[in-house]
Design a protein around this ligand. Structure first.
Ligand code: 1HN
Length: 348
């Protein structure tokens, strides 16, 4: 028998047999084997899609008027992929949403099983407290809120503060493992966060950490100013056509900074066009600087500042910087770490 021989159908089975199976809450696998596990490539509902910040921002600010923090807990607009039939997910596995907090507001302390990572888009003067550590938010900063850790947001500055939240909610929902609990206001330490002290620079560790068991989260915040500078320097030693890309890692393990999602910063040099490796991962992108386009399996998505792009698994991806003078910078989130841990990640 060849792998592609047609399999038996439900219609071929006697009605009394199907009825008996129903009675036992059982089903024959062979009629749906090919839809459960398509041959050659997965069936993807997720569409390559771009959300424009220019269109979403006014709606986000309106949410500030429509939903007071006491009635919202988190004031988030969820990016709902048009291929996913109304599900509030950007890809099958990645939740993305823009969150807004206004001057003087607090988003109350809570914790939950999904992991969250914030990438700061706009504003100044807000911070997130994670387990009593105060993490300042500046544009482009990546801030981790791992599973089950207490976190609350507050804004002492002026003007709206907006960031992109990336959560592994779809996975948690699929596993019936998503839940959270409310907490009381954190007593925030005035200590500087580790990105400004213990992990100020790659390649250096506080001496006392040598030989110790690595912490799961040695630092919660990755300041954009330093990542941008590091990309510019990496570009000096990266052949054209090869991605200038830095992964956000735990400085004590050298491994991805979060267990389920990978985060990386990508620089496209002026005029550069980059083919990304074809992988089994799905991807989200936030544009931090510049304008350009991403071609995913032949579909072209143009982007500019603060736009968000979602790309399904197994896609051929090409990024192009539209400017011949300025670099473009993107933050990438993907589900490769989760796929690797589950043992099925592929790079083709
Ligand atoms: C959540 O708790 C946060 O803690 C952000 O800031 C986005 C989206 C869905 C469910 C919970 C946060 C969220 C969320």
């Amino acid at each position: 028998m060849t792998a592609s021989a047609p399999l038996g159908t439900l219609a071929e089975l006697p009605a009394d047999y199907l009825h008996a199976l129903d009675g036992q809450h059982a089903k024959p696998a062979w009629p749906s084997l090919r839809s459960l596990i398509p041959q050659g490539a997965p069936e993807r509902r997720t569409l390559a899609h771009r959300w424009t910040y220019r269109d979403l921002r006014p709606l986000l600010l309106r949410a500030g008027e429509l939903a007071p923090m006491e009635r919202a807990e988190r004031r988030v607009l969820m990016l709902s992929n048009p291929g996913l039939e109304g599900k509030p997910f950007a890809t099958a596995s990645i939740f993305l949403g823009f969150q807004v907090i206004l001057p003087g507001e607090r988003a109350p302390n809570h914790r939950h099983s999904p992991s969250a990572v914030r990438i700061i888009v706009e504003g100044e003067g807000a911070y997130t407290n994670v387990q009593g550590q105060r993490l300042e938010m500046r544009r482009g900063d990546v801030i981790l809120t791992p599973a089950h850790l207490w976190h609350e947001h507050a804004h002492d500055g002026e003007g709206p503060m907006i960031w992109l939240d990336a959560l592994d909610v779809p996975l948690m929902v699929a596993m019936e493992a998503a839940y959270g609990s409310p907490g009381s206001v954190q007593t925030s330490s005035q200590r500087l966060d580790a990105s400004q002290t213990r992990h100020r620079r790659g390649g250096l560790l506080p001496y006392e950490r040598l030989g110790r068991r690595a912490q799961d989260y040695a630092q919660f915040r990755y300041p954009w100013a330093e990542v941008r500078e590091a990309l510019l320097d990496l570009a000096k030693d990266t052949p054209t056509g090869q991605a200038v890309q830095l992964a956000y890692v735990n400085p004590e393990t050298g491994l991805e900074c979060m267990p389920t999602f990978g985060f990386s910063a990508l620089m496209l040099r002026p005029g550069e066009e980059i083919d990304m490796p074809l992988t089994s991962a799905s991807t989200g992108l936030l544009v931090l600087e510049g304008s350009g386009r991403t071609v995913a399996d032949g579909k072209t998505l143009t982007w500019e500042d603060s736009d968000v792009v979602a790309i399904p698994t197994h896609s051929r991806i090409r990024h192009c910087n539209a400017s011949a003078r300025q670099p473009a910078f993107l933050i990438q989130v993907d589900d490769a770490p989760m796929q690797r841990k589950l043992g099925f990640y592929q790079q083709f």
